[in-house]
Design a protein around this ligand. Structure first.
Ligand code: THU
Length: 135
């Protein structure tokens, strides 16, 4: 079932995303990211980025968020926001849009720098699990 935009407490989600910033491990980029999401059963989950001396192994905040989704009971993402170190809204990177796409609830919304957008708007014509069906 689609969560209506009006049913999402975006201020609360932003609060959780900003709170997640304080857990970020970013000795290399010094660029903390905090992410938060509302699940389709009403939980709020969050995540921060965790870097690595082998730079390419860095885990984006969305990686932690998707792990938290599963650790806290699974389900799908109804609404999502991430912020930079100043607490300002940040666009999820391309790879993370794909991570989020996998676990999107129908009509999932993202708060973006251009306003509220759907997953399909930020990752049009996406590759996804549907392409692997029947393989
Ligand atoms: N980063 C995220 O955590 N999520 C994004 O969507 C964009 C980038 C992190 C990765 C790295 O720790 C830092 O931001 C700078 O690229």
């Amino acid at each position: 079932m689609t969560t209506p935009t009006s049913a999402v407490n975006w201020d609360l989600l932003l609060e959780h995303a900003r709170a997640a910033l304080s857990h970020a491990y970013v000795p290399y980029s010094k660029y903390p990211v905090g992410a938060a999401a509302l699940t389709d059963d009403g939980r709020i989950i969050s995540g921060c980025n965790v870097e690595n001396a082998s730079y390419g192994l860095t885990l984006c905040a969305e990686c932690a968020l998707v792990s938290s989704l599963h650790m806290s009971g699974g389900g799908l993402l109804a609404a999502f926001v991430c912020v930079d170190g100043a607490g300002e809204i940040l666009m999820p990177c391309g790879r993370c849009r794909q991570l989020l796409y996998e676990f999107r609830a129908p009509g999932m919304q993202l708060m973006t720098v251009s306003g509220i957008r759907t997953m399909d708007q930020v990752l049009p014509d996406a590759f996804g699990p549907q392409h692997l069906e029947g393989q």
